[in-house]
Ligand binder design. Sequence first.
Ligand code: BTN
Length: 258
Amino acid sequence: MNLLSLKGSLPDIKKVFYFPEIESTNLYAKSSNLDEDSLVITDYQISGKGRFGRVWKSIPGLNLCFTLVKKLPLNLDELQLLNLYTAYSLVCVLKNLFPKLEKKLILKWPNDILLSNKKICGILIEVQNLKNKNKKFLIGIGLNVNQTDFPNDISENASSLKKESKQSSDISRESILINFIKFFYENLSLLKDRQALINSWMASSAIVDKKITYKQHEDGLEQTGIAKGLDNDCGLIIEFPDKKRKTFYSGEISLLYK
Ligand code: BTN
């Protein structure tokens, strides 16, 4: 990571913590109880954390792995909005930086980014002091930037910006990070406009009226249905073949790549 190019380019960030390698940037931010507007970034995570206890694997020096510590006055029923907002911010930045990839970059519910139907980004948001009005969020982002080889177990469903854009030179991780932080801080008011945020998210997800396959966490059952959009609580509305509808919330199901 070129820390020199980061210096002075992140006016919203009070302190950057860089580690050539570290267990997990989320874990560090949590255990060190960092102040808000801190950024923890590493070139290699020894055991990166994914959602639902999964691991996040990333090859040293090629991708972005960071955690932004941000305090926000969100109510409990607004927590999911931060997932949508973070993914939406990053996808906007990527579309802007890589206009040729614009149509292939889509949001996958609730907060993944796909490029050509393969996952390039995962987001893990953890919250501290849940009871406070002003909650401290650890916004962990893993974005595959320059990695072109993926382990067999994930190669079918995972990719990177460099791999999908088929470009030979490396993509600047610093420029993506700087632009993301800028967008994130500049557009925070969107978090207070639930409907506008949900609509913006949906416009970048291309999920409405698409056939989807999903797996229920409770019983591992795989089912298909038609996605009908998000409800007011960011739940995914699915229509079954008998036209009945059910809304699923984050944590209940995972969408599959089919
Ligand atoms: C997922 O899709 O399961 C979420 C993956 C989140 C990975 C990022 S990498 C930076 C931050 N630190 C972690 O340990 N995890 C997140």
